[in-house]
Design a protein around this ligand. Sequence first.
Ligand code: 4AD
Ligand code: MG
Length: 480
Amino acid sequence: MIQAKIAEILESDQFLQEFHINGWVRSFRSNRFIALNDGSTIKNLQCVIDFENTDEEILKRITVGAAICVKGTLVESKGSQQRVEIEVSEIKILGDANPEEVKLTILSPKKHSLEKLREQAHLRVRTNTFSAVMRVRSKLSFAVHKYFQEKNFHYVNTPIITGSDAEGAGEMFQVSSLDMKDPPRNEDGSINYKEDFFGKETNLTVSGQLEAETYAMGLGQVYTFGPTFRAENSNTSRHLAEFWMIEPEVAFCDLDGNMDLAEEFIKYVLKYILKHCKDDLEFLNERQINEDKLKPKNERSDMSLLEKLNFVLENNFQRVSYTEAIEILKNSKPNKKKKFNYIIEEWGADLQSEHERYLVEKHFKCPVILFDYPAKIKAFYMRLNEDKKTVRAMDILFPGIGEIVGGSQREERLDVLKEKMKELNIPEDELWWYLDTRKFGTCVHSGFGLGFERLVQFTTGMGNIRDVIPFPRTPQNAEF
Ligand code: 4AD
Ligand code: MG
């Protein structure tokens, strides 16, 4: 790989040694300078060829997008753009790229909009922006595992096909082996799922939490990191139908411990990325500054990407109860000019994204952990507080992203949990296995879910969640 090879040569000072590099041509100018990239780094490797001694047929085939193998030695570059370059002794064309056809794709060397790139999601990883985002995404995944493994958490793989709706929001993709054009029916006309593959109605998981809870009750502290699916029809820049979630679950841990864990975890992975993705982050930082210049003044961010990442690392997340937040929102002035309306009607309402943005970006000006939400707007499994009105829930809100984490201390008392399920019409016989955890050695326990793509969005400064996952799944869109 280009990056590793150059580092090795620079370190060992073996400049005269000949070596091979494979890659794709990013540009070829003056019949002499090839910018080569193999995906290992944002920095193209300049390969200088001796065109007088290179076969004309080969020269013609060095076109943008072609795969080539270059043999040569590394030398200090005479140009100011790069420190080193390759003096080429031999070139092989491994795979041609017809210039006429390349012209019709996003591989053609001009600026393409992000929307255009999405239409060719199979090629966009060859662009600077996407290769940088995907390298950061890969390193972030590694950092997630590194953090939890170092803290002695166990990695648990929860099922993708399940019979339960963990969030109770009914936003599930059904999984069925039945012929839905003519499904078997019960006497009353309803579909007979007994004849389905699993003998019952099943769906793609919306969260691995309930299964993770059962594992925390044996392994102590666990985490999941896998795909989750939501059939919510939200065409926004923060929602995907298929996204990756990280869900730690910890026995003998209350909500305060849960908040500490989430904050420490997020800071750890951001710190890791700042250390290990320097070149890519510098590129993305520059990219964001340039994008910002195109926006109207009042929409520009007051911090660059790198400043934002460092700011999150250096500052404590503000912990605020829902009730305090509502007071702040009620006392805020509506700002018609900026098309914001911060007024919230009353205690008990769910916060809209404009409220969250106000709290994070205007009021506290830092990440916020909101806790103790009204029970009515949260899921059935959250622990009821003594006031009987609020639950031990927490959401972490990030600038530019909104909710990045949702979590809670869980209801560990069997009778209270059963009561709540009854109230919400959740049949006990569907979750008998979940209720068992409260029968056999129940204990205080907590966990949260972090949306991995929202974390990648924050880390890379990408405005749209569709641009931080290789093949986004959104309403009316599953082309690739
Ligand atoms: O707040 P949510 O729905 O919480 C749960 O699923 C809990 N069971 C998690 C837990 O306690 N173990 O989702 C958690 C996070 C959100 O904060 C958000 O970051 C992300 O998952 N998320 C989405 N990301 C992308 N697209 C969507 N449609 C998302 N829905 C949630
Ligand atoms: Mg949530």
